[in-house]
Design a protein around this ligand. Sequence first.
Ligand code: 13P
Ligand code: SF4
Length: 315
Amino acid sequence: MARALNGLVQEISSLRRELGAVILAHNYQLPEVQDVADFVGDSLELSVKAREAGARVVVFCGVDFMAEQAAALNENAVVLHPDPEARCPMAAMITVGDVLRARKLFPRAPVVMYVNSPAVVKAEADYIVTSANAVDVVKAIESDVIVFGPDRHLAEYVAEKTGKIVIPVPSDGHCPVHVKFSAREVSVLKSIYRSCVFMAHPECTASVRALADFIGSTSQMVKFVKNCQAKCILVGTEVGIIHRLAKECSDKVFIPASTSAICEDMKRITIEKVYKSLRDRVYRVELSKEIASRVRKAIENTFSILGAEPPWLRR
Ligand code: 13P
Ligand code: SF4
C-alpha cells in the first residue's frame, strides 16, 4: 500500500516537472493529496496562488467553484480538476435567476457573492468574497443594505459584525457539512475538555458560533492555532483540516467538534485521480471569456474596495 502510494507520488512529481504544473489543494483535501500539493490553503489563498504561480498547468484539488475561479484568474493556463463530480452542494443552491430577482427587489443594494458559488452567478455580482474577507469587504461598501449569497449563516455573521442589513439570497443557502455542528454537542465537549479552545467556521449556525473562541476561514484557523497558548483545540470545521493542523502544530491536540463533519465532495479527489489528471490532462475547466472577465472584474472591485491591488496586477 505504502509502496503503491510512493510510486504514485513519484509519478506525479515527474509529470508535474514535465508539464510545468502546480498542484493546489484545499485544506479539506485527503491527507495524501495535501502532502503531494505545492500549496495547501483556503479559498482566498488558492485563488491568489493559482494566478501568482504563473504555471502553464494548474491541477486544482478542491470542489468545482474553486477550480472555476482558478480558471477565471488564469486565462493562459490549463486548469485541471481531477474529478468534475466534486461539487459543492452550497454553491449549487444559488442561480443567476436568484440574483436577478434580488436586484429587482433591492435595486440599490450591492450584490456580494461568496466564492462558494458558480462562475455564472459570480459574473452577476458586484463583489466576490471569501470567509476570510467577507466582513472587511461589507464594512467597506458604502451601503447599509447588502444582498449576500448563497450562505445565509455567513450572511448573518457578516450582519452581526458590520451592523448592516444583509439580505440572504436564497433565503436558506447553507453548507450541509457545517450545519451538522450542534450547540448542544459543542457545549458537552467544552465541559469535558475544559482546557480546550473552540474555533468555528462562519458557515456554522449562530448558536454554534456563539460558543466559539475564534471564528475564521480555514487558513485563519491555522494561524490562530499557531499563535494561541492553548494546547487543545476543538475544531468546528471539516475534519480534513486536522491533517494540516497536526503537521504544522505537532505540540497541540485537535478534537473534531463533530465527527460527521466530512465533505464527501472534497474527498472525491484521490491521489490516483491527481495522477490521472496530470497523465491524461483531464478534466479541463472551460469558462467562456465573457464570464471569466466579469468574474475577474468583480474580484478586482473587491481588492480595490479593500485598498489592495490584486496580486496579478502587482509589478
Ligand atoms: P475557506 O475559504 O475557509 O477555506 O472555506 C471554504 C469552504 O468551502 C468552507 O466550507
Ligand atoms: Fe461546500 Fe460545505 Fe464542502 Fe465547503 S464544506 S465545499 S461549503 S459542502
